[in-house]
Design a protein around this ligand. Structure first.
Ligand code: ZN
Ligand code: ZN
Length: 409
């Protein structure tokens, strides 16, 4: 186990964030993951990192704050928090986030407090978020188990076994076998995704039409100069990084006002510390005009109304049904994994790299090119074993992109 932990920490630091000699690493981690965070810090210093700056998170304290702090604090972001994120972004630090949460950490919290807090942070940390969204800084999100999360994923076994099983599942998902060859395996994987991405860019679809037996019947128009992306990205300084580990998706942005029809979720979604299940959206001219959920509808509705554009889509991502994480048949209750098991969409902000030259455009210019701008960005999973996606080109050709849940191109 120790060898796998070391290999994983090294993978996140050297391939994920790809920390450079002399560069600062900002590492955020739940307090329960301290032993693993220390391995990451050690790997970073091993790679010549200037300094590892650590930000600890804690589900229980976060929950207490949302339940009991003065109401005014949810509209404020203190100057020190702004400086922490914005200054390190400005200084070109790399960012590594260990994401592990109790999926129901914020059960019972007023969803308005969560949205207000999200919006306040989005505004105050705009320089940081913008740099992250347009790849001008190197960032990576990885996950390690914590007991509350592991028990939600494996409810039928005791905590210890649930932790072991979740570790095994994560190692498998990130291609770590303990043989020291994870980096090589990642290079091969990234190259394969690159090939398919190029193919999609050559086909240059005008629309994608999604249908399946859940009832999804959705047409997504793509911006005229859209770009598909996957796997690794490169900062303006040439630092190649992998923002999500694992990653199996090839993604672009929809045309903000070009999405019409109905789309059913294929998996539950954890949104702001609450589980939303059995939901569907009706979209008209890009806008979600109806949102229904069997469980957690109020949290879904709060999430799509964080601001005026949270109810428009910002991401279209393709993931084969027959893929490593999907084949594990584990519902992770963690978007980092669940999004890489299924085709998904996101409501909220689009990634600038999804249009030609987008990294250099202002938010207003991106909006003008059809890319949605919002404080929200939440992936939700829609892929099923019978999903069909047909692409239409500008000259009217129809080409199957997905049949029976898998790539047809
Ligand atoms: Zn995604
Ligand atoms: Zn996303």
């Amino acid at each position: 186990m120790q060898e796998k932990w070391n290999e994983y920490a090294k993978l996140l630091v050297e391939v994920g964030a790809n920390v450079q000699k002399g560069q600062t690493l900002m590492l955020s981690s739940p307090i329960e993951c301290a032993p693993f965070a220390r391995l990451c810090a050690s790997a970073a210093y091993g790679a010549g990192c200037r300094e590892v700056v650590v930000i600890w998170g804690d589900d229980a304290l976060n929950r207490e704050r949302f339940l009991r702090a003065d109401d005014a604090v949810f509209d404020e972001v203190p100057a020190w928090t702004r400086h922490l994120y914005n200054d390190y972004a400005e200084e070109n630090a790399a960012f590594l986030a260990i994401s592990a949460r109790d999926p129901e950490a914020l059960r019972g919290v007023d969803p308005k407090r969560i949205s207000r807090s999200q919006l306040a942070r989005f505004k105050a940390l705009d320089p940081f978020y913008t740099a992250q969204m347009n790849n001008s800084l190197a960032w990576c999100i990885g996950s390690v188990p914590i007991p509350s999360w592991a028990k939600k994923v494996f409810p039928d076994v005791d905590e210890r076994e649930a932790m072991d099983r979740l570790w095994d599942a994560i190692f498998e998902a990130v291609r770590i076998k303990g043989d020291g060859k994870a980096v090589e395996r990642w290079r091969e994987h990234l190259a394969l995704m690159d090939k398919r991405t190029q193919k999609l860019n050559e086909l240059h679809f005008k629309t994608l039409h999604y249908t399946n037996s859940l009832g999804t019947d959705l047409t997504i128009e793509l911006p005229a100069d859209h770009v598909w992306a996957a796997g690794a990205a490169t900062t303006p300084r040439g630092q190649i990084f992998v923002a999500n580990m694992p990653t199996e998706e090839i993604f672009t942005a929809p045309l903000k006002t070009g999405v019409n029809g109905v789309v059913y979720a294929a998996l539950p979604l954890v949104v702001n510390g609450n589980v939303v299940d059995g939901f569907h959206f009706v979209l008209k001219d890009g806008k979600i005009v109806e949102a229904h959920a069997k469980t957690g509808e109020e949290f879904l509705k709060a999430a799509i109304s964080v601001d005026e554009n949270a109810c428009y889509l910002g991401e279209v991502a393709l993931v084969p049904y027959d893929s490593p994480i999907s084949n594990q048949n584990i519902l992770y209750y963690n978007t980092l994994f669940d999004e890489n098991a299924r085709c998904h969409l996101a409501f909220g902000r689009a990634y600038p790299e999804c249009v030609e030259g987008g990294d250099k455009l202002s938010n207003e210019e991106l909006e003008a090119r059809g890319l949605n701008q919002s404080a929200a960005h939440n992936d939700f999973m829609i892929g099923t074993a019978d999903l069909s996606i047909v692409g239409a080109t500008a000259d009217g050709r129809e080409i199957p992109v997905f049949t029976e849940g898998n790539f047809a191109i």
